[in-house]
Write a protein that binds this ligand. Structure first.
Ligand SMILES: Nc1ncnc2c1ncn2[C@@H]1O[C@H](COP(=O)(O)OP(=O)(O)OP(=O)(O)O)[C@@H](O)[C@H]1O
Ligand SMILES: [Zn+2]
Length: 466
């Protein structure tokens, strides 16, 4: 696969360090709020990258942290009169609810900063011992002038960066770009004991420590949103490579922004929509489809219109799936015919197209287009007269490709209209009351509306007929 590496500013052939295995770290959320659809983009696209690598046969070890020590968490705790721990625990739980709705798989490990403070302290001590960090009044700073390659990820020189920065009067650090590894406790703040007195870790150090602890000194892929390139990832590289003398990550990948009126969606600007709120109106898979409808580095302007489009497109895929499942129920034991073998071979070309798109820096937009071409062919070639094998194979292919993108996971249709839902409920009620006459009558009524029902042990399955 080709991946655009921010470190080299080039699309490079991805070669994993260990044969057949990938070690991947994604910077996770700061847990003090519900996440917005901008934050949902890295979670979703890197989940898709993981799924695709797994599809290609790699064993992926996937780590995504929770930042559960942060000024914003502390502020929220004070605001709500609860402890920072209560704030972070709550929003970690809420993260999992929304992530599940989006079809984002759990990471192999979701480490928390609060569970890694001793490791962080040991790491900072190593940096001090090696002369890359210094302590002032209970704070510890990384000395950027000691790391020659500072700026290599964001392609800025330390001199230029320093020109643009100033040391505020009350600051105690030696150089303008030096950043905090450890912050002395301020009155009333949560704190941990350390060799430099009571305090807490700075932000950047957590990812270096947790990535190394769970994945080793050098990993394959380190990912996050493009706003993390500087300073977060630049600083992660400086402190990690200063400490070990080895490259920290081989491929640095960054997603583009979800924007509102061409401005980055962000909590601080207030121009955001939480996934929780969008879920009141759209299914999680529709949100996922929307997020994957562009290649991950391109910006996407969030709008209701695009969400509606995503909903309609996804519905077309679900229709194709239901049609095939409906056919499978009707058609019995016909062997595949020669002319059908050709049709099937034709379908395989769309699988190749799909893979080619995903190989090209995870171009999910083109991959989705390939699925639609496949669906078009399936719709015009797989009918009631088809053999069971052709129907089966078509269904499997559609599910295989959609599955790589984390789509078509639901048993039922997305977005069934309320009138139909009401009829289905009425029919259920009639069946419960053993009023089978009425139940059948409603079934016929639904059929007229293009809906077939299938009673399965898991409940009623809704199938849209064409
Ligand atoms: N508008 C956006 N589009 C795409 N990715 C984003 C956007 N905003 C934040 N991200 C990414 O979301 C992930 C989660 O980050 P985090 O929870 O720290 O949010 P954040 O950066 O504080 O959000 P905000 O910028 O809204 O304050 C990071 O990888 C970040 O780069
Ligand atoms: Zn990070």
């Amino acid at each position: 696969m080709k991946l655009y590496n921010t470190l080299t500013r080039k699309k490079e052939e991805f070669v994993s360090m260990g044969p057949g295995e990938v070690k991947m770290y994604v910077c996770g959320p700061t847990v003090y709020n519900y996440f917005h659809i901008g934050n949902a983009r890295p979670f979703t696209v890197f989940d898709t990258m993981r799924r695709y690598l797994e599809y290609r046969g790699y064993k992926v070890t996937f780590v995504q942290n929770f930042t559960d020590i942060d000024d914003k968490i502390i502020a929220k705790a004070i605001e709500e009169g609860i402890s920072p721990r209560e704030v972070s625990e709550k929003y970690i739980e809420e993260y999992f609810k929304d992530a599940m709705a989006l079809g984002v798989k759990k990471a192999d490990i979701h480490p928390k900063v609060t569970e890694n403070v001793p490791e962080i302290i040991a790491f900072i001590q190593r940096l001090i011992d090696k002369g890359f960090a210094y302590e002032v009044e209970g704070d510890v700073y990384f000395d950027t002038t000691r790391f020659d390659e500072y700026g290599k990820l964001s392609k800025q020189s330390l001199e230029d960066l320093e020109l643009g920065a100033r040391i505020e009067v009350k600051e105690v650090k030696k150089n303008p770009m030096d950043f905090a590894l450890w912050k002395a406790q301020k009155p009333g703040e949560q704190s941990w004991d350390s060799p430099w007195g009571k305090g807490r870790p700075g932000w950047h150090i957590e990812c270096s420590v947790m990535s190394m602890k769970y994945l080793g000194e050098t990993i394959d892929i380190h990912a996050g949103g493009q706003d993390l390139i500087f300073p977060h990832h630049e600083n992660e590289i400086a402190q990690s490579e200063a400490c070990t003398g080895h490259p920290f990550a081989r491929y640095w990948v960054h997603n583009g922004y979800i924007t509102i009126n061409d401005e980055k969606m962000s909590k601080s600007k207030g121009n955001f929509f939480t996934v929780r709120d969008i879920l009141k109106e759209f299914d999680g898979e529709v949100i996922r489809f929307f997020l994957l409808s562009a290649q991950y580095r391109n910006p996407i302007n969030f709008s209701r219109e695009l969400m509606e489009q995503a909903k309609n497109s996804l519905e077309r895929l679900y229709n194709a799936k239901s049609n095939l499942e409906h056919l499978l129920e009707k058609v019995e034991g016909l062997d595949i015919r020669d002319e059908e073998k050709e049709i099937l071979a034709g379908f395989e070309t769309y699988k190749l197209k799909f893979i080619e798109a995903m190989e090209d820096d995870l171009n999910t937009a083109d991959a989705i287009a390939a699925i639609f071409e496949l669906v078009k062919e399936i719709n015009s070639n797989v009918k009631g007269s088809a053999s069971r094998e052709l129907i089966q194979e078509s269904h499997e292919l559609l599910m295989e490709l959609a599955g790589v993108l984390g789509l078509l996971n639901k048993k039922d249709e997305v977005g069934v209209d309320p009138e139909i839902e009401r009829l289905i409920e009425e029919r259920q009620k009639a069946r419960k009351e053993k009023n089978f006459g009425l139940a059948d009558q409603i079934r016929d009524q639904l059929k007229e509306k293009g809906i077939a029902l299938k009673d399965t042990p898991q409940g009623v399955q809704i199938i849209k007929l064409n």
